[in-house]
Design a protein around this ligand. Structure first.
Ligand SMILES: *Cc1c(COP(=O)(O)O)cnc(C)c1O
Length: 381
């Protein structure tokens, strides 16, 4: 038994990490940790020397922060980012001590001792947060690590330039500035002039701050070129197979496969009303399959869409229910799809980005919406 298994991580045969058995579940989510590792290697190769962190917020974009972290650690990754202190505490429990975990949204006032106890480092986003962490360092009697985030033009998190300029000379006493960082608002649009403007603003802000390594690029930022790489990149989406270069061929490997079980099949006559509100009527005799998968599993109710079986498209008909969706399977030979069989919702026939496009959203939201009801199977560990 290896460390991962003892900590409740998925084991190599993929039976761990899930609370629902494969037989009991309505849908199966397969997460390819080997593909995540390959994606990490591909990003590292582009970085030519800069380090590469792993962004694990929202439970590793819905795929499991702990198993993803253990896969990345095998590639030598030792810097992780989460969004919230609570996520950091859970990840620290899973990983044990030794790897740097930074909390992107900063520490809520009064939570500094909880962060210290879990060996978590804040991303300091304001002068007030800096003051609180300086005070925590004084009380602890040692220098405490932090990332200092500045706002180079996204207006979301980080110290605005005027606040940076107003910092007292002793503002960083007791703080071990691991990185000065900022975040790009438009990195997935390479021709957007906001990228260069943010880069210039970041350069100006770094000169005002104490000298420290720097970090600017998320997944798409890595593809903007070496100017944006600095000392540390912070990819999330690309690790999970989301295309960091929208409109161009996806340079990453797909990571996720989502399959739903057929609960029942039936024939209906021409004119039959299908699903809630009878929003669809059969235009002729149809063969239907109902799958155990619905909006409660994180699939947008408004998304017109389809499932796939052996390369054949099976359109959704009628409304998406909470726990079920009706498919028109007339295109399949009779008898080829029956109760318990699996159809594909995300996989080789339909990528995360395809699903997002159909739902009018982004791959990030598709992944982070995925349900806790699935059986989760980790492969390629
Ligand atoms: C989410 C996030 C990232 C990762 O972004 P991706 O687009 O998923 O690569 C990096 N930095 C910050 C500050 C973030 O909030």
């Amino acid at each position: 038994m290896n460390d991962d298994t003892r900590r409740g991580f998925p084991d190599a045969d993929g039976t761990g990490g899930s609370t629902v058995s494969e037989a009991a579940a309505g849908a199966i989510l397969t997460i390819d940790l080997g593909a995540i590792r390959e994606n990490y290697r591909r990003l590292e190769a582009r970085l030519a020397g800069a380090r590469c962190a792993g962004v694990l917020k929202a439970d590793g974009y819905g795929l499991g922060a702990a198993p993803v972290a253990s896969a990345l650690i095998k590639e030598g990754c030792d810097i992780f980012f989460v969004a919230l202190l609570g996520e950091g505490i859970a990840l620290r429990k899973a990983l044990g001590s030794g790897h740097d975990i930074f909390v992107l949204n900063g520490l809520p006032p009064g939570s500094e001792s909880e962060a210290l106890a879990a060996e978590l480092h804040p991303v300091v986003n304001s002068a007030a947060q800096l003051g609180a962490w300086r005070e925590a360092a004084r009380a602890a009697g040692r220098r405490l690590p932090a990332v200092v985030q500045v706002d180079s033009g996204m207006s979301r998190l980080g110290m605005p330039p005027a606040d940076v300029a107003a910092l007292a000379t002793d503002a960083f006493d007791g703080i071990d500035i691991r990185f000065v960082m900022s975040h790009l608002a438009c990195a997935d649009e390479p021709s957007n002039p906001a990228n260069e403007q943010q880069w210039l603003a970041f350069e100006r802000l770094r000169k005002v701050l104490p000298a420290a390594p720097a970090s600017l690029a998320n997944s798409s930022g890595i593809f903007l070129g070496p100017l944006y790489h600095y000392d540390l990149a912070r990819p999330g989406a690309a690790l999970y197979g989301i295309n960091p270069t929208p409109g161009e061929t996806n340079p990453m490997l797909p990571v996720v496969r989502l399959q739903a079980k057929v609960a029942q099949t039936r024939w209906v006559e021409e004119g039959a009303g299908i699903g809630y509100g009878h929003t669809y009527h059969a235009s002729g005799p149809l063969r239907l399959a109902t799958i155990s998968f619905g909006y409660a599993d994180g699939w947008h109710r408004r998304a017109a869409s389809a499932a796939w079986f052996e390369g054949v498209r099976l359109p959704f008909v009628g409304r998406i229910s909470m726990d079920s969706i009706i498919l028109d399977i007339s295109a399949l030979p009779a008898g080829s799809l029956g109760e318990g069989d699996l159809v594909e919702l995300i996989g080789p026939s339909q990528s995360v980005d395809d699903v997002a496009g159909q739902a009018g959203t982004i791959g990030y939201e598709v992944l982070t919406s995925l349900s806790a009801r699935f059986h989760r199977r980790y492969v390629g560990a």
